[in-house]
Ligand binder design. Structure first.
Ligand code: R5P
Length: 294
């Protein structure tokens, strides 16, 4: 197997190459003055199973095109199998028709990636597994929650309360609970499909005088975490932290979360930012090594 670190995940791709011991094939890339993307493989992939590591956070459409071009280049240059390692999978949240006339965005993306030569997709904590059913080739989603929870244990937050801000993310709180050894719970969240506005409610949680870590797959505008932090304060939590796999942190999200009394924001390098304190490299490397030897 060879690793191709895409332009959106150069550092992560290099770490994966080091951890797995698989050679990497560098990519030359640039954006033309009119906004079009250019990529070129700088090494030999003839007869190889290649893993292209390319996250698809903003600018999502450019990142997706670069991924498609790299897959096309790999196949044109004789790669026998192309695995796309896409830590953050853009458009996965539009995995069904919510309102008449919409598209299933992730289905269109899946077909485009298939046509470009991708044979398999590995992603991390996809928002809903339903999204993966739209891909016409094998897919796998890995979970970074144990790695995020370990970060807090190493920080001394043993027995922290693991909270998910909505019922759908309860599996995330439960995975963190296994590492923390404390309790877990969830809030209720309702989203208005026309305005996008969310409202949250919190039943009584056993968080008085507790350290709480709010865990979610994505933090985007930060509204969900700000709302959850407010409820936790009202219920007497002493220390509140937040962790997510994909820290999109749009606009002033970080400031709003910290202003709401959250002491630290921790995310992974699926979206590289200064909050990416946990790398996905060991998780992805383990999967690729298993595939290469299996
Ligand atoms: C949605 O259900 C996701 O799991 C996240 O809770 C959501 O994307 C967070 O968005 P925001 O940060 O804008 O509240």
């Amino acid at each position: 197997m060879k690793i191709i670190p895409g332009p959106a995940s150069t550092e992560l791709g290099e770490k994966i190459s080091q951890l797995t011991g698989f050679d990497k094939v560098n990519v030359a890339s640039r954006i033309f003055p009119d906004g079009e993307s250019y990529v070129r493989l700088e090494g030999n992939v003839q007869g190889e199973h290649v893993a292209i590591v390319q996250t698809t956070c903003a600018p999502q459409d450019t990142r997706l095109m670069q991924l498609a071009f790299l897959a096309n280049a790999a196949k044109r240059n004789g790669a026998k199998k192309v695995t796309a390692v896409v830590p953050y999978l853009a458009y996965a949240r539009q995995d069904k028709i919510f309102l008449q006339g919409e598209t299933i965005s992730i289905e269109a993306i899946a077909n485009m990636l298939h046509a470009s030569g991708i044979d398999q997709l590995i992603t991390v904590n996809v928002h809903a597994e339903d999204a993966l059913s739209k891909f016409p080739f094998p897919t796998k989603t890995l979970s970074a929650i144990p790695l995020l929870a370990q970060y807090f244990v190493q920080k001394g937050c043993k027995k922290a309360f693991a909270l998910s801000p909505d019922k759908g993310a309860m599996y995330i709180a439960d995975q963190a609970k296994q590492v923390f050894g404390g309790e877990s719970g969830h809030l209720e969240k309702y989203r208005d499909r026309y305005t996008g506005q969310t409202t949250q409610t919190g039943k009584h949680l056993n968080v008085k005088d507790q350290t709480v870590v709010i865990l979610d797959d994505i933090i985007s505008t930060g509204g969900t975490i700000v709302g959850a932090a407010k409820i936790l304060r009202e219920q007497g939590a002493t220390h509140v932290y937040t962790a997510c796999v994909h820290g999109l942190l749009i606009g002033d999200a970080e400031k709003r979360i910290l202003d709401a009394g959250v002491e630290e924001i921790v995310s992974t390098d699926s979206v590289p930012t200064k909050n990416s304190k946990v790398t996905l490299a060991p998780l992805i490397s383990q999967e690729l090594k298993a595939q290469a030897s299996g």
